[in-house]
Ligand binder design. Structure first.
Ligand SMILES: [Zn+2]
Length: 242
C-alpha cells in the first residue's frame, strides 16, 4: 500500500553498498522500519530524506510489521542542524535512542508527539537537561514503571516527602530516613510538574539548579534499577557533564 506518513528518523543502519534501513517513529503507525534504497549515494534523491533526526513526510510502500520502502517525500526539519553545539546534538541523540528503546517495549504512536515536542523545545533553546528529564518521566508510564510518589517506599505509608532515592523507587518519610538524599519541602510538586506538563506548552523553564540535579539523579538511578534500558549515548552525556 502506497501511503504518506509523518515521522522522525530515530536511527539508521547501513545496508549493502549504498542503502540504509531507517527506524522511523511515525504519527500514523508508531515505529516502523523503512528501507531507503541507494540513500548513501550522492546521486540519490532519497539521500537528504534519509538522515537521522530528520522530521518529514515520507511517501512509502507500507508493509505492516515488515520492511516498508521509501519512495520519496519532503524534509520538514533536520533537528540539531545549524547548531554547532555538541551538547544539543548529544541530548537529541540520547532522547532519540531512549525513544527507540521505549518503542521496542511499547509501540504506542502517542509517543510521537512527546518526541517531536521535546526536540522542538531543545531546538528553541530550552534547557536540554530539563526537557530530557520530562521525557524520561513521561516514558515511565509507557514502560509500565510509573513511580508511586504518594507513599514512603520503606514503610509504604502516605507521607510528606523527606528524602528521595531512585534505587528504592521514590520518597522516604522522616521516620524511615537513613542516608537518602534530602529534598526541599515542595519537591513533590516539582516532580508532579515534570510528570504532567504538556511539553508543547512550555515557554520557559524555571527550576533551581539543586532541584534540577536531584530530579536528574533520581531518574538516572530509577531507570538503572527498574528498567532494562541501557543507552550508548548516555556515556556521551556523562562526558559532557564534566
Ligand atoms: Zn516511611
Amino acid at each position: 500500500m502506497q501511503t504518506e506518513v509523518e515521522g522522525i528518523i530515530l536511527k539508521e543502519t547501513l545496508y549493502g553498498e549504498t542503502s540504509k534501513i531507517l527506524q522511523v517513529l511515525t504519527k500514523e503507525f508508531g515505529l516502523i522500519s523503512i528501507i531507503s534504497k541507494g540513500a548513501s549515494s550522492y546521486k540519490s534523491n532519497l539521500r537528504l530524506l534519509s538522515l537521522p533526526f530528520l522530521y518529514g513526510k515520507f511517501l512509502i510502500n507500507y508493509k505492516k510489521d515488515k520492511l516498508s520502502t521509501l519512495k520519496g517525500g519532503k524534509a520538514l526539519k533536520l533537528y540539531g542542524s545549524g547548531s554547532n553545539n555538541i551538547n544539543i546534538y548529544a541530548y537529541m541523540s540520547y532522547i532519540c535512542e531512549l525513544t527507540y528503546k521505549v518503542l521496542q517495549e511499547n509501540n504506542d504512536k502517542s509517543i510521537f508527539d512527546i518526541l517531536k515536542n521535546s526536540l522542538d523545545k531543545i531546538n528553541d533553546g530550552l534547557s536540554c537537561n530539563v526537557i530530557k528529564n520530562i521525557v524520561e518521566f513521561k516514558y515511565l508510564d509507557y514502560l509500565g514503571i510509573t513511580p508511586n510518589l504518594s507513599i514512603c517506599q520503606k514503610c509504604m505509608k502516605p507521607m510528606e516527602a523527606f528524602a528521595i532515592d531512585g534505587k528504592i523507587g521514590g520518597f522516604v518519610c522522616v521516620n524511615c530516613y537513613t542516608n537518602e538524599r534530602k529534598v526541599p519541602s515542595d519537591f513533590l510538586k516539582v516532580l508532579n510538574r515534570y510528570q504532567n506538563v504538556d511539553i508543547s506548552e512550555i515557554k520557559e523553564i524555571k527550576i533551581s539548579k539543586e532541584n534540577e540535579e536531584i530530579v536528574n539523579e533520581f531518574l538516572r538511578e530509577y531507570y538503572q534499577t527498574f528498567s532494562a534500558i541501557h543507552l550508548n549515548s548516555e556515556n556521551l552525556l556523562t562526558i559532557l557533564d564534566k
